[in-house]
Write a protein that binds this ligand. Structure first.
Ligand code: PAF
Length: 284
């Protein structure tokens, strides 16, 4: 695997390649990232991965400074798997060379709801860096995890609206055996918090079961889930049932007719904010 830090070296490595598959990451790679690389390998050749902790997508009181930076170990993991041909690991000056940056702002209907309500500049930061990375790598295919469900939808909308010729592939959320979705932020959890953390996924399953079986409407299931989280010591931002296609709230008729749905949540356990989601369909 070639490790390059400049856009010029990246382009030299990729000259003439016709089906580049790309996996953008912020590093601190774990099994879920490696699985994204494997999916990329099935859909393109060569595979390019990037590692860049993007300041622009962190809020002022978020964990940018303490976000784990583990480049040497990440390189070892990628070399062990042998799926990646080039790792692009730019520094901030390479990706943001001028102090006054152009920024991409998703429309409010997708960018300011759910995560966007609680992290106001998050999707601006994600869209801006993903557009920059796409412009550097010029992939034909790019892989994103469904754990960041709304991010995946924002990236898809950006590609559509800017006519970017990149096919976006979604990888299923990878979980530990107890159900906790893999995330670089899980390493912030204490032993007690780690034992509690899978409850978040358990709760999503309960919401799904209540709605899919017709035992509850969305509002009642959501507020029951929020209360359960609070009772267990969590500080939830939201638990919300939405349509898969646009993340708007479904009507009762749509639920009844089998509209594909997703329940999404974000909640703080101690100092760690976890997100998760679960797709389902009423009547299935
Ligand atoms: O999901 C992530 O790791 C990041 O948001 C991404 C897509 C690499 C952009 O910085």
């Amino acid at each position: 695997m070639k490790v390059v830090h400049s856009i010029e070296d990246l382009r030299n490595q990729l000259r003439g390649q016709l089906r580049v598959a790309f996996v953008p990451t912020m590093g601190n790679l774990h099994a879920a990232h490696l699985s994204l690389m494997r999916l990329a390998r099935q859909h393109g050749d060569p595979v390019v991965a990037s590692i860049f902790v993007n300041r622009l997508q962190f809020g002022p009181h978020e964990d940018f400074d303490r976000y784990p930076r583990t480049l040497a170990q990440d390189i070892e993991k990628l070399e062990g798997e042998r799926d990646v041909y080039v790792l692009f690991a730019p520094d901030e000056r390479e990706l943001y060379p001028e102090p006054q940056n152009f920024r991409i702002q998703p429309g409010d209907a997708l960018g300011k709801i759910l995560e966007g309500e609680f992290r106001p500049d998050f999707f601006m930061g994600v869209s801006t860096v993903v557009l920059k990375l796409f412009s550097c790598v010029q992939p034909q295919v790019a892989v994103f995890g469904k754990k960041d469900y709304q991010q995946l939808m924002v990236v898809r909308a950006m590609c559509r609206q800017f006519q970017l010729p990149v096919e976006i592939l979604a990888h299923e959320t990878v979980r530990d055996p107890d159900g906790l979705a893999l995330s670089s932020r899980n390493r912030y959890l204490s032993a007690d918090e780690r034992a509690e953390a899978p409850q978040l996924y358990g709760l999503l399953q309960q919401v799904r079961d209540m709605i899919a079986s017709g035992r509850s409407d969305c509002a009642a299931a959501e507020s029951q889930a929020l209360q359960t989280l609070r009772d267990r010591g969590w500080d939830p931002d939201y638990v919300s049932v939405r349509r898969q296609r646009d993340l708007l709230a479904p009507t009762a008729a749509e639920i009844h007719e089998g509209e594909p749905l997703v329940v999404l949540t974000a909640a703080r356990l101690g100092a760690t904010r976890l997100i998760d989601n679960l797709e389902f369909q009423a009547g299935r």
